[in-house]
Ligand binder design. Sequence first.
Ligand SMILES: CC(C)(COP(=O)(O)OP(=O)(O)OC[C@H]1O[C@@H](n2cnc3c(N)ncnc32)[C@H](O)[C@@H]1OP(=O)(O)O)[C@@H](O)C(=O)NCCC(=O)NCCS
Length: 120
Amino acid sequence: MILGVGVDICQNERVKLSLNGKILSAEEKAFFDSYKSDLRKLSYLCGRFAIKEALIKAFSQANINLYLSDFVVLNDDLNRPYLAKPIFNDKKVHISISHEKDYTIGFALVELIDTTNNKK
Ligand SMILES: CC(C)(COP(=O)(O)OP(=O)(O)OC[C@H]1O[C@@H](n2cnc3c(N)ncnc32)[C@H](O)[C@@H]1OP(=O)(O)O)[C@@H](O)C(=O)NCCC(=O)NCCS
């Protein structure tokens, strides 16, 4: 069952690289620091900001109030973003990020999953 969806669009020029400490977890900061160009650093930062805002909205629809600092969003070996350190065992979170020149968008969906393991 879908509990909530959230979307956020970020105008890149409104996000400053110096805000990285407010937006990124330690794990995300390691990737941010590894990027050589400021352009990629900014797109990465905007992606984390947009997806976390989208996650806040999606969880809010499920009556769960969370903050930027509650989320760690990493990328797998195919570069797909995923929510690391899942917050709830009974909720699956689906996320997607897209970058354009001046804007970044994040989309999140929170799904309630059956953890009882009693399906026939
Ligand atoms: C994945 C793909 C659709 C990205 O599209 P794009 O227009 O180049 O870039 P966008 O800005 O829209 O998307 C980039 C974001 O998509 C996400 N992403 C990247 N690869 C992804 C994938 N395979 N699946 C889902 N999401 C992906 C990431 O969050 C990335 O942003 P981030 O690196 O800052 O976290 C494109 O690279 C593609 O079609 N690739 C072919 C499929 C592929 O690469 N498969 C893996 C083979 S090894």
